[in-house]
Design a protein around this ligand. Structure first.
Ligand SMILES: Cc1ncc(COP(=O)(O)O)c(C=O)c1O
Length: 491
């Protein structure tokens, strides 16, 4: 039994109970040599179907999810996944195929993947797309391999430096390190945009690329991006876009049009696919034609009226993923793009930006916006993109930490925004496009109420969360020494 009086699955186990009724055996029983058997008692609990359903339903209710609660998690966005995507991905022709089935058995699925390739190239304004990478970070890594192959082919192996602004997502430098590239940090200005003067001083014939997130992780669209592209190209390097934040710009502008050479998408942040806890996801990459010979194999291609897997790409960096990529996720992304249509995708971005600016506007008198408009000036003078950063210094000065605010939000039914990234003491709020005005208002009012509470008495914050199955966790311990199985001794 746990602290909340719930009996755990092992404790309700009754020998002989089963969740399924198997039909009577209708073939003669055969003897076989027990030495050939690998059967051992699994020790798994034995329970009836209803007890099993209740067990998992109770577990599911303990979790925060987009389907259950508002989830304004900036950067690693948890976007609502429309149920039509699940319906599409569950269709037998997609869900029941085997990766080793021959091409002519899966022409329908291959057509879908081919069309998705085309749509993603169009949205990016670039020439070719690989659907193989299976997460945003995997897309970064794959793209960096492509960049290296491109320069190696041109006898420029010495281009091993990758520049990244100090607001870059942590996966950017990590992917560089995994690829053997050294990372040099470029400063940001106080308005959150890349410092082009600093960039100029770091460009050289050893630089392979600059990795830019646009809109960036402080929620700003870098309007100088075309100028940045020009500077980088003049130095013989490439402009890489971490396209994780395409949710703010798709249908409005295209990376290829502002000078990007290569980019990745995060399908979970843009095309409403699931991606909890690091995967399974998809991180397709899009490139200019000069880089396409180096894309991973296989590539889904159209030959006449038929679709085929093309492995015959002599300059390819090779395979980066087993079989054909994260197909179930790609089907969901396709379903979303088709359901929205071109105008709908633009509408998604505009609504996501509007929602973020609306919440920022409602709370900015208490929750300061370090990268927002100057005091007193309207939001329109310096709007945010899909997300915004607040550093509520007044609340912090009353002895309430950002973590206290985050935990207090949990008790009020909200998943906390990202905290302490990309700057210390910040909340990074990303409402996304799917929330109603009433939900956005409720969230803004809750934040304001917490600010008032901090003025009256900071002590209750230290106790939060009090309405959840767990209180404050040792997050480092949970990551380093996770307890992943029932031992009977847990509380
Ligand atoms: C800006 C940015 N870049 C890269 C990533 C990494 O993506 P993933 O978690 O799919 O590896 C994320 C996370 O979603 C992100 O927000």
């Amino acid at each position: 039994m746990n602290k909340n009086g719930e009996r755990l699955l092992f404790e309700i186990s009754t020998p002989g109970a089963s969740a399924v009724d198997l039909p009577e055996c209708d073939v003669p029983e055969a003897e076989f040599d027990p030495a050939l058997s690998t059967y051992t008692q699994s020790g798994l609990p034995e329970v009836g179907q209803l007890d099993l359903v209740r067990h998992y339903t109770h577990l599911a209710h303990r979790c925060f999810s987009v389907d259950g609660n508002f989830y304004p998690l900036g950067s690693c966005t948890m976007k609502y996944n429309p149920k039509v995507n699940e319906w599409a991905a569950g269709l037998a022709g997609f869900a029941n195929v085997h990766p080793l089935q021959s091409e002519h058995h899966v022409q329908g699925l291959m057509e879908l993947l081919y069309l998705l390739r085309m749509y993603l190239a169009e949205i990016a304004g670039l020439d070719e797309v690989s659907l193989q990478p299976c997460a945003g970070a995997h897309g970064e890594w794959t793209a960096l391999k492509v960049i290296r192959a491109y320069f190696a082919d041109r006898g420029q192996e010495k281009r091993r430096i990758v520049l990244a602004p100090d607001t870059a997502h942590g996966t950017n430098p990590a992917s560089c390190a995994m690829c053997g590239a050294s990372v040099v940090t470029i400063k940001s200005l106080s308005n959150g945009l890349t410092d082009l003067e600093d960039l100029k001083t770091h460009l050289s014939d050893e630089v392979a690329a600059i990795m830019v997130t646009n809109p960036n992780t402080v929620g700003k669209f870098d309007r100088m991006i075309a100028q940045m592209a020009e500077m980088v190209h003049r130095a013989g390097a490439l402009l890489y876009l971490d396209g994780a934040n395409m949710n703010a710009i798709m249908g409005i502008t295209r990376p290829g049009d502002f000078g990007v050479d290569i980019m990745h998408y995060n399908t979970h942040k843009t095309f409403s696919t699931p991606h909890g806890c690091g995967g399974p996801g998809a991180g397709p990459i899009a490139v200019r034609k000069e880089l396409s010979p180096y894309l991973p194999v296989p590539q889904v291609v159209k030959q006449g009226e038929k679709y085929a897997w093309d492995f015959d790409r002599p300059k390819s960096i090779g395979k980066v993923r087993s079989f054909w990529g994260q197909v179930g996720v790609l089907v969901r992304a396709y379903a979303y793009i088709r359901a929205c249509g071109a105008a709908g995708l633009r509408d998604v971005s505009e609504t996501a930006v509007l929602a973020a600016n609306y919440v920022a506007q409602r709370i900015k008198h208490v929750y300061a916006l370090p990268f927002g408009p100057k005091d007193g000036s309207p939001m329109a003078s310096n709007p945010c993109a899909h997300e915004f950063i607040t550093v509520p210094r007044a609340i912090i000065d009353r002895g309430v930490t950002i973590m206290d605010v985050a935990k207090a939000l949990i008790d009020r039914g909200y998943h906390p925004p990202t905290v302490h990234f990309p700057v210390h003491d910040c909340l990074m709020i990303e409402p996304t496009e799917t929330e109603s005005k009433a939900t956005l208002d409720g969230f803004a009012e809750t934040l304001l109420e917490l600010a008032e509470q901090s003025e009256r008495d900071a002590r209750p914050f230290k106790e939060a969360p009090v309405r959840q199955v767990v209180r404050r966790l040792d997050e480092v311990g949970a990551a380093r020494k996770p307890v992943l199985r029932w031992t009977g001794a847990q509380g």
